[in-house]
Design a protein around this ligand. Sequence first.
Ligand code: PLP
Length: 440
Amino acid sequence: MIFNSRESQVRSYCRAFPAVFHRAVGSCLYDESGRRYIDFLAGAGTLNYGHNNPEIKKRVLEYLQSDGLIHGLDLHTRAKREFLEALEKFIFNPLGLDYKVQFPGPTGTNAVEAAMKLARKATGRAGIIAFTNGYHGMTAGSLAATGNTYHRQFPGGIWGNVRFMPFDGYFGPETDTSAYLEKFLDDPSSGVDKPAAVLLETVQGEGGVNVASFAWLARIEKLCRDRDILLIVDDIQAGCGRTGTFFSFTPAGITPDIVTLSKALGAVGLPLAVVLMRPHLDCWEPGEHNGTFRGNNLAFVAATEALRRYWSDDKLTRTVQHKSRRVRTRLRILTERCPQAEAVVRGRGLMVGLAFTQKPHLAKRVSQLAFEEGLVVETCGGHDHVLKFLPSLLTPDDLLDEGMDLLEQALHRAMEEKDAQISTLVAPEEMLDVHLDKEI
Ligand code: PLP
């Protein structure tokens, strides 16, 4: 196969889901032979409105037909104006938010790079506090704030000026890790200098669907405010409705100084990223964070249509809440029917995890078997021990149920396998998952 002979070893998702895909509609993928797969991966949380969402696609096609600019550097275009107006009208104004908008390169990692640079420039300080199990991207700056050793184990030691602190729940429910951070910040001999910013995900996606409590988020915000430290929320995976609300942080009552968005922002999988910043932080010089692809006008068109169509009221938020309950209830029933799997359900909105806390190897195996059954669902977490469900927010209930049926079959098959049955591995202490199943 040309993929094996020509494509770099770095390829990844295609190893876990080895089909040659050809079409995609709504919450389904189709391979070349026409076989259908229910898609609970959704472009790693990019396809919140489904594959080829017909309304959004229509606007994109109309724009193409009209010879609208596709590539625009950062020139003023009508498509960009309409996007900014929609962002203001449907998101900022109703929430009472006042952010300037920066268009970095169109990937999540570029937005995080820009956010970290901006925080450093605005404060004149170099340090960033990141959290255990955090994931912020694969370029040098954002990788420095990414916890996973597999990605970090690179020669050169270029991951400077980032300190890791324990995320909410890292030591179990009894330990308030915000107090731990506070102690480090306030102790002049802790070895942790006053940072430019604290960078966090409200729900850690790649790190294992670890949900920060609203109380913890509020404490972190206060801690930052009291010490003149900026708070950056990386909402690249949890934002754009994934957890129910457009921003994942608003239900916690916090207002970050800087926010990064990407993934589902481009609405049908078109690359787009933004950095939102409180106006007084906009200390960039012209072109200081430059890039050729800062004006993906096709993505602006798609994003604008998604904002107009899905964010003019709270219907989508209610839909996500309903579907979240449905998925979580099914997963709970599954864990009760299969107690020997010792799995735990957690998450917010349609960012749901099934954590195999005691038998971490099961997650990968269930994902493989689910794929054989016709379901695409990925694993995440420090030990790849969590199945992560990221269906499109518009997945019809019957497809959600069908996906859960396939998952159940896969789990039963995995449990029947000899190696799963006789697994007597005692999980090492760091493997023990201490995150509570948090309700929202
Ligand atoms: N930040 C978060 C929270 C993410 O989940 C991701 C990707 O999964 C990134 C940043 C990096 O985004 P990208 O892969 O587009 O560079």
